[in-house]
Design a protein around this ligand. Structure first.
Ligand code: HEC
Length: 170
């Protein structure tokens, strides 16, 4: 009996290991300096979530390179600060006089970073050139997110280098 339990546990462990192995973890470190050194090039009510707001940041050098060449340099970092939108007592999202959502709790820091060779580990479905993705809590610790969801949704955007806000960086 004990042997069976041990065997089942081992099999379970092996299975979990496989599942985790299929979702490569990110090499991206929290970009501590984005608040002081990056430019807030766009802020908007999120298009895929009806109760969130996103503020987008990139460095002056990256924005200049994209304007000049249309390409992202090696080492480029893009940060999205995600906020919950303010809601009324009934849980409905409140809009301002500008018909925009209003920022409430700071929820997540979504990051993309491009490094030579980073894309090689991914299958076509999850590959975004040499970009990878990471999610952090506002305090900079790693947030539990399925990074393959990020990779899968950005991957089809080949015309805009896998960046939804590409047009706004130029
Ligand atoms: C279902 C599609 C979808 C998923 C899943 C998704 N994103 Fe995005 N992402 C978007 C869209 C659309 C934008 C443009 C801004 C907006 O509407 O939120 C965006 C914008 C971004 C940006 C700013 C650069 C850009 O592309 O404009 C970053 C950084 C980012 N996402 C990171 C992430 C991370 C990290 C995850 C996973 C934790 C993730 N995304 C998951 C659709 C997605």
């Amino acid at each position: 009996m004990i042997r069976t339990v041990a065997l089942v546990s081992l099999l379970l462990l092996a299975f979990c290991g496989k599942v985790f192995a299929e979702e490569p973890q990110s090499k991206i470190k929290f970009p501590e300096n984005y608040k002081t050194d990056f430019v807030n090039y766009l802020s908007l009510d999120r298009t895929q979530n009806d109760d969130q707001i996103i503020r987008l940041f990139a460095s002056e050098e990256v924005l200049k390179a994209v304007k000049a060449t249309g390409e992202f340099p090696d080492g480029a970092v893009i940060v999205g600060e995600i906020y919950k939108a303010k809601k009324d007592e009934d849980g409905e999202v409140i809009e301002s006089d500008l018909s925009r959502r209003i920022r409430d709790k700071f929820a997540l820091v979504a990051v993309m970073e491009k490094r030579k060779g980073w894309g090689e580990q991914f299958s076509e479905e999850f590959r975004n050139g040499d970009w990878d993705f990471a999610a952090f809590k506002p305090d900079g610790s790693v947030a539990k997110k399925n990074l393959n969801d990020c990779r899968k949704c950005h991957a089809p955007l080949t015309d805009t280098k896998h960046v939804f806000s590409y047009e706004h960086m130029k």
